[in-house]
Design a protein around this ligand. Structure first.
Ligand SMILES: Cc1cc2nc3c(=O)[nH]c(=O)nc-3n(C[C@H](O)[C@H](O)[C@H](O)COP(=O)(O)OP(=O)(O)OC[C@H]3O[C@@H](n4cnc5c(N)ncnc54)[C@H](O)[C@@H]3O)c2cc1C
Length: 394
């Protein structure tokens, strides 16, 4: 029987490996890092941070896929909405509600928004310029892009609908995303997937069967040697803080004057920081001509408004710039179908969050991982071998 090789052990690679092994295929997975998880890793130590604010949205297909296999695990309950202390910066001041025009735009169906027009133009026609601007800035939360209004209206509106849905779609695996990764890794082991960590693949392996390249698109471009493997993504400054807890701190501060988001993760999951401390993660979309320091300055301005006395209360702090690591964004005139195709020919397949598969953020990685496996199994069949599925069925 041919073996399926998976390169990369993040969500995409683990999804592909599990799906292929469940179909009866022999699978080997190679991961460069010493642990699995990629961008879904959760930091060790007292502050259980993910790489920036991370939420799983429960209407995506990945939710069902994980749930059916018992891999979701316990979810931290969101603080009740009425007491959740959402705050919005508007006109330089902190407010309790977003503008009504933003809500008017959010009510429009995603299908109403055109692919070929930018979001700002379309949303201005729906509810006026200031509402459109506020909606675009709000979408920094799920787009990680410095100018969400310049992206395809259809792309942004689909995400605006999902991030403003009630009850909220955003869910938080208790203990961080790393817990889901651990359960996925255990499932892969149980199915007999051969997992080799600290194993960077520098060239495509001598082919024994299909290869699924489940790395970031940048790494795939280098590995496959195909310079066309490119697609726009976000660029965002990440600020993580542990503060001495203070009664009355907000749960979320969303910047509607410019894209930016602060979230107090211990509001839903106190296990993420030592007792008596609040873990706050911020992401401030940062333009190509801006520096990390610019992003940090905006984070600090938001903290000044939302978290009184935060400087004196800080016990731990970390900053980073995530460039091209937050998944695909679609420009006007493009949809996910225009992104780099999963099937690269010659038994090589791509999976990851910047390839031609639908979904929001990491859902693209799950969907492409599953699609890559179904194409790989078809490949084995057409190569004249009995597929693992045939063997299972006979
Ligand atoms: C700041 C930030 C916030 C985010 N927030 C959210 C969110 O709220 N919700 C959401 O759904 N998604 C979010 N995401 C996106 C989500 O993290 C990713 O979509 C997802 O983790 C991508 O998984 P992946 O498997 O495609 O890629 P990765 O996680 O990047 O996995 C690729 C793996 O391949 C390995 N690798 C690379 N090159 C090689 C090689 N040559 N040989 C072997 N191994 C190799 C890497 O070490 C890595 O482990 C966020 C991302 C960031 C950065």
């Amino acid at each position: 029987m041919q073996e399926i090789t998976v390169v990369g052990g993040g969500f995409a690679g683990l999804t592909a490996a599990i799906t292929a092994a469940e179909s009866g295929a022999r699978v080997a997975l190679y991961e460069a890092h010493h642990t699995l998880g990629g961008r879904a890793r959760t930091a060790e130590g007292p502050y259980r941070t993910n790489e920036g604010p991370h939420a799983l949205y429960n209407r995506g297909p990945h939710w069902t896929w994980l749930k059916q296999r018992g891999l979701l695990g316990p979810m931290a309950a969101l603080p009740p909405l009425e007491g959740a202390r959402f705050r919005f910066r508007r006109g330089g001041a902190l407010r309790r509600t977003p503008p009504l025009a933003l809500l008017r735009i959010a009510r429009r169906r995603a299908e109403d928004a055109p692919v070929d027009t930018d979001f700002m133009t379309w949303a201005t026609g729906v509810a006026g310029e200031s509402g459109a601007r506020a909606a675009a800035h709000f979408m920094g939360v799920a787009l990680f892009h410095h100018d969400p209004g310049s992206l395809s209206a259809a792309f942004v509106q689909e995400r605006l609908r999902r991030t403003t849905a009630l009850p909220p779609e955003a869910h938080y695996p208790r203990g961080g995303w790393g817990q889901v990764i651990e359960r996925m890794a255990a499932r892969a082991w149980d199915l007999g997937v051969r997992i080799e960590t600290t194993s960077r693949v520098d060239a495509l392996p001598e082919r024994h069967g299909p290869v699924i390249v489940a790395t970031s698109l940048d790494a795939a471009r280098r590995l496959i040697g195909d310079d066309t493997l490119r697609w726009p993504s976000g660029r965002t400054t990440l600020v993580d803080l542990a503060l001495r807890a203070r009664h009355g701190d907000p749960f979320v501060v969303s910047d509607l004057d410019a894209p930016g988001w602060l979230e107090r993760f211990t509001a839903q999951d106190p296990s993420l920081a030592p007792k008596g401390q609040s873990l706050i993660q911020g992401q401030l979309p940062t333009a190509p001509d801006e520096s990390r320091a610019d992003g940090v300055a905006r984070a600090e301005a938001l903290l000044d408004l939302g978290f009184p006395g935060w400087r004196e209360r800080t016990v731990w702090r970390r900053e980073a710039l995530a460039n091209g690591r937050t998944g695909a964004v679609d420009l006007p005139g493009t949809t996910w179908r225009d992104r780099p195709a999963i099937d690269r020919g010659d038994g090589v397949y791509l999976a990851g969050d910047q390839v031609a598969a639908p979904g929001l953020l990491c859902e693209v990685a799950f969907n492409s991982g599953i699609e890559a496996v179904s194409l790989a199994l078809r490949d084995i069949k057409y190569a004249g071998t009995r597929t693992p599925l045939d063997l299972k069925q006979s």
